[in-house]
Design a protein around this ligand. Structure first.
Ligand code: SAM
Length: 277
């Protein structure tokens, strides 16, 4: 049966970090698919869930730091693969790991991660995902027990398994991400990953050799103490989802909990940090 969608074509200036915030707010309001475009975002909601006041609770639209405009289109049936073929090119990280959709050609890189074309974040296109993959490629993960907090599509957990880690817990607070990660774990034939819906409150009594969390500044500042409690001796923490300007706050929190700084990666103002205990 053809499902009718209402498409919102957003133009966003500047795109960062407004696009990500807008996507999160729309996701909570019933929008179910997003495609990032050069100047903004396409967002889709099923026609039967749509009401005229659907954007009433989207607070970022009232934020004067960004200019966000949109046009609305009604479409009979969305061919997601077609949308993504137009907008999603494979990403290659350090010539070693490709993140692509199922309809792309099989690459000849060492690692090949297939992500179902459903959500924008966690495809490797974002700087933070890219840098977290770089960290994972440069870290010995063999037989390491890993937590991927804020797992999104599950891309980082999948790379961790391909690098020899096991077992791996992938946790995301969002139901849609949880379902998407389950699908991607299966598609990549991963056997070591357990996907869960939730947040740091699930971590009581758990322990890991490596914790990766690409979320955002405020959640990280709140949850770093919990992550540290779950780190084994000689454990490692990889954090991203924040800007260069946030390094002092994140660093202070890590040092307060006796972690030792190892390395920062930086790309277009975004940062991915590595700490050990
Ligand atoms: C920036 S995305 C990262 C996705 C993926 N790990 C990647 O690197 O591309 C952040 C994810 O964290 C999730 N998230 C936000 N707050 C969270 C929380 N308190 N606990 C767990 N997950 C959370 C969001 O739903 C989102 O999927």
């Amino acid at each position: 049966m053809a499902i009718s969608y209402i498409e919102y074509q957003f133009t966003i200036t500047p795109k960062d970090p407004a696009t990500e915030i807008l996507m999160a707010e729309l996701g909570e309001t019933g929008f179910e698919s997003f495609v990032e475009t050069e100047d903004g975002l396409l967002a889709y909601i099923q026609k039967e869930l749509w009401t005229e006041d659907v954007l009433n609770d989207i607070y970022i639209l009232e934020n004067n730091d960004f200019s966000i405009s949109y046009v609305i289109n009604e479409i009979e049936q969305v061919n997601w693969n077609e949308e993504w073929e137009k907008n999603f090119t494979p990403i290659v990280v350090d010539n070693r790991c490709t993140v692509r959709a199922p309809f792309h050609e099989v690459p000849n890189t060492e690692f090949d991660v297939i992500i179902e074309p459903k959500m924008s974040f966690g495809t490797g296109h974002h700087e933070t995902t890219h840098m977290m993959i770089q960290h994972l490629l440069n870290t010995d993960l063999k037989d390491k027990k890993v937590l991927d907090m804020g797992s999104g599509t599950g891309v980082l957990a999948i790379v961790a398994e391909m690098r020899g880690a096991h077992p791996i817990d992938a946790i995301d607070i969002d139901n849609w991400c949880y379902l998407n990660a389950l699908e991607n774990v299966e598609r990549n034939n991963c056997k070591q990953i357990t996907v869960e819906e939730g947040d740091a409150s699930l971590l009581e009594g758990r322990s890991y050799d490596l914790i990766i969390a690409n979320i955002n500044r405020n959640i990280l500042l709140e949850d770093i103490p919990t992550y540290v409690k779950c780190l084994q001796p000689n454990g490692m923490l990889l954090l991203s989802g924040f800007y260069k300007e946030d390094i002092p706050a994140i660093s202070e929190k890590c040092l307060e909990h006796s972690l030792k700084f190892v390395e920062n990666l930086e790309k277009n103002h975004w940062v991915a940090v590595k700490y050990v205990n």
